[in-house]
Design a protein around this ligand. Sequence first.
Ligand code: APR
Length: 251
Amino acid sequence: MFGEKEINRLASDIVEAKKVVALSGAGMSVESEIAPFRGPGGLWEKYNPEEYGHIATLRNAPEKAWLMLLEMHREIGKAKPNRGHYALAELEKIGCLSSIITQNVDGLHHVAGNKDVIEFHGNLLSVVCMDCGYSKPSTELDLDAIPPSCDTCNGPVKPDAVFFGEAIPPDALMRAHEESSTCDLMLVIGTSAMVQPAGSMPQVAKRAGAKVVEINPSETPLTGLISDYIVLGQSGDVLEQTITAVKQMKG
Ligand code: APR
């Protein structure tokens, strides 16, 4: 695991960088009691992503897709930002973080106070009708009438998140690419980097000459290949200690 040496190395990389961008994944929200997708206790252990997380299932067997979505909806409804989210909000506030590219659909970076958050996979906080486009906050869903239908045209309703088989929202993809290719430090936090195109943003950064640092309790396919080093630890612990060290270094 990590120690003071790793924290000081990460903090000085952040202080020395001209532009820092973060790429966050489900590991960021584990401390907020939101299950990750992969690994022990992950959502994909319970639900096959290609089946339950695919846009085709939402269209052809909505009651199946909503079985999983309801579980995610309930977890996110109760979730609060954790120390890691607040540390990234502080980092942006003191001018040491340009943006966060998040794969998470829980909206917790916004709640923690980050202004520039690129929601690469959308979010579960609102739902939209697949026929007429009518949209409303997910909190207004009648959880006894699942799968939900549109209030205006009775069409099928989906969360505003990106499902397997769907394209990444073009503006999110453009901005993420632009941020990744113009930063000189990318923090890759709590992601297995298994899903494309999000998983290749560290490569875009690397190719543009940036230093890439992972924060994760375990190694990923990026480790030793794309990332310059990994701080082996939980994001809450690492980020909380890092922001303290950064503020000390900045004086
Ligand atoms: N702190 C930091 N990282 C953690 C923590 C923690 N406390 N706990 C687990 N992790 C790490 C795991 O080691 C793993 O590398 O978080 C990562 C979680 O990986 P995934 O569950 O695959 O989540 P993610 O990488 O965000 O998945 C990407 O896949 O299914 C799609 O759309 C879904 O956005 C998701 C995408």
